[in-house]
Each structure stands twice: as structure tokens, then as C-alpha cells.
Write a protein of this length. Sequence first.
Length: 458
Amino acid sequence: MVLESLGRKLEQAIRRMRRLPKIDKDAINALIQDLQRALLSSDVKVELVFEMTENIKKEGMNTELQRAKRKDFIIKLVHDELIDTLGGKPAPIRIKPGKKNVILLVGIQGSGKTTTVAKLAKYYQSKGLKVAVITTDTWRPGAYEQLQQLTDQIGIKCFGNPKEQSALKIAVNQTKKALNKGYDLLLVDTAGRHKEEKELMEEMQKIEKVLKPNEVMLVVDGTLGQQAYAQAEEFSKATNLGSIIVTKLDGTAKGGGALSACAATNASIRFIGTGEKIEDLELFNPTDFVGTLLGVPNIEGLIEKVQQAEATPDPEMVKRMLYGKFTLEDLYEQLKAFRKVGKFRNILSMMGGGNIPEALKEDAEKNIERWRVVLDSMTALEKENPKIIKKSRKHRISIGSGTDYSIINRMLDQYNQMKKMMKQFMQLRKKGKGIGAMPGMNKQMAQFMNRLGKDFKL
Ligand SMILES: Nc1nc2c(ncn2[C@@H]2O[C@H](COP(=O)(O)OP(=O)(O)O)[C@@H](O)[C@H]2O)c(=O)[nH]1
Ligand SMILES: [Mg+2]
């Protein structure tokens, strides 16, 4: 496996968390530490590691998710952060069969261009294209023979002219020749260049200009770790870089650094090189890659599970609400959920027909941030039992939160109305009466409440 040691460490961290009976602050901190250690040892940039883990920590601690689903949720967070770090998937290259298509490979000496040209030739040939390769490397002795040898193994035609000194002439003439022979995808190898070598960089720009490639791919040595960034930046300034191929990810401990560094540029990673052999090339897909790294094979399934859980009300809260025991914090959480698209499957949103929730919804949209401030100025006792909030307490809360009396009153009103509504519902249920008798209740809502009552065995 590519990035074996990083993968092993990440998987261990996840497994350790999964074994814990509950996910509290300490558990999240321990996970964060494990992740940081794993990523840093893979040469991922320190700032990036902290940014990633901060996000995981914040989201992991803040979420009001059901306890049972918290582990999955956190794995999803880790997964999402890693994918973010590895960049998105590049748009597919547009290759028109039967027409002129050119891919130009650039990069510094020894990064693996020539090897990768042969690998790509095999890859695209298997897609049904008529592939040929062209070498324009007039610098390295035996460059032509090297590519010829590689492509001979796989029955691919190699164009070039070892006697010609001008790389540009080779590019122009050999391309013409190959197209005349009916090849429709030409993979063009170039001489390795150091980013400081002006002459070589200019030669590359000229080749790009005359060949008008479908895409310029930069080949970067994965053993460079995070230093790959400077190289990718330099090349993206000099050419119209389309994508990046990170090579030698087999057996380097610094692969995480190289991948994240390349992803931080404007071009995304299209392939990775995973060995010296011609078949050691993989199309790079961040989602699959991270799934494998974390040892969570069916990451899509996990994501779906978490999304479902996020959209389903917490049974504890439902019970509290239906018994009229819900607190101001519960109200706040419910109202906050209103504002999240896709979270409408909670109790309040099901009450679309009722008058009270509509008003609540409007209030929530207008005032939710302020309600948060107000709540933060209340004691735990006040939040649990808002009845005790009389004039002097209100005064204190108003000053403490810098909020007008009217906002506090409105919040308490909404709370009381909500509570009353819940109480009515429970009384009707006890009497065995139809829920439709309740004010502000429509049929759909009544059906939902009845089902809820059954589900929660009330
Ligand atoms: N282990 C490993 N070696 C590679 C990979 N890609 C290229 N190499 C080796 O890197 C060295 C330089 O490759 P070459 O294609 O000549 O680089 P160029 O100078 O950019 O054309 C050769 O020994 C290759 O076998 C890879 O993905 N994994
Ligand atoms: Mg070469």
C-alpha cells in the first residue's frame, strides 16, 4: 500500500477511538494527538496539520449529535479534512479519439518523467487510444534509448531524433510524423530541468506553445515531501499546468507531505506513481485514497449513516420535548436546526401547519445569535427551569448579555408556548383523543406526532 506507515497510524488512531466507551473531550484530544503525530511523521506541513486537527476538534466537540453516532461522525470529520487536504479531483482530460491530442510531461531531472511517460502510454492504450510517445530530451545522454527500451516492452511506438540538437524541432517534426501515422494521443517527454535553469524553462515554454497540449502534467518526486510545493509553484508560474503526477510514493515516509503540498497548488493530482514497473501507476481519487488510508473501506456507507443520523431527532430530546420537560437549551438547539438546510426532519419542522412554530421559525431566523448570547448569560438552573427568571434575574441577564429586555421576553414567551403545546399533546394522548383536536394542528402533523408517540413508546 502507498503511504503504508501513515495509513497504519491513522487506522490505529481510528481503531483506538472506536474502542472507547464514550467520546468526550479527552477522547477527542487523544485522537487529535494521534492524528497530528501521524501526519507530521509523514512530513505534512505543521500549519496544515494544526488547521486540520483544529477543525476536527471544533466540529467534534460542538456538535449536538446523538451519542451513539458520534464515533462515525468523527471518522467522517477526519475523512473530510484529509480529502480537503488532498484537493479535489481534477476535471477529466478532454481527449478526442481520431484527432490530435497531446500530453506534455514536465518536471525536474530524476523526478520520473520518462518512466511515467511509458506508464501513461500503457494506461491510455488500455482505454482504446492509439498512443505514441515522443522524447524531446536532448540533454540526458541515452534519453531516447531509455524511453525506447521502456516502450518496447509494451509495444508502444517511440518517436524522436537523437541526432537533432533542438528540442523544439524534434517536438514539431516528430509530432507531425506521429499524427501522419495515425496516432491520436502523443505523450511528450521533456528534458529534466531545474527551476533555476532559465534556458531549459524557456525551451519548455516554447514546446508548450507550438504543441498546444491538451494538458501539461508536472511530474514530482514524492520523496521530496512538503518541499514538492516550491517545485510545483515554480512550474505553475512557467507553464499552464493542468495536473500533477506524484511519483515514488512506494517506500517513502514523506508521501503525505508531497501529496498535501501538491494539492495546495492550483493544479490537482491526477496520477500517482507507486513503483518502478510500468503498471505501477494509479489514477488518484482522494475519496478512495483516504478510505484506504483510514482503513474504512466503505466510507460512502459511513457518510450516509452519519447524514441520516444528523437528520433524525435525538430520541432523548424528543422525549423531553414531548413530556414538556425540555429546557431553553433544547429550544435553542431545535431552532438552530431550523436554519440548517437538510435538517428539517426534526420535530419543529414537522409542525409546518401550526401557527406557533411558524412564528418561532421567524424568530429563530432573526434572533438566534442573540438568543445564544442570552443563554450564555444564564445559569444552568435558569436554563433548566426558566420559571424562576423574574424581574431581577432578567435585569442581570439583560446587562450580562448586552441584550434588550424584549429579546429575552420573546425567547421566554416562545419557550412557554412551545412547552404548552407539548403538554396539550401529551394530555390528548393520555385521554386517547385524536391529536387533531389540538390547536394549530393539521393532519400531516397529527400523523407525525402519533407515529412519534409510538416510536418512543409514550
Ligand atoms: N520506486 C519508484 N521509482 C520510480 C518511480 N518513478 C520513477 N522511478 C525511478 O526514478 C528514477 C528516475 O526516473 P526517470 O523516469 O528517468 O526520471 P526523469 O529524469 O524525470 O525522466 C528511475 O530509476 C526510475 O525507475 C516510482 O513511482 N517509484
Ligand atoms: Mg527522463
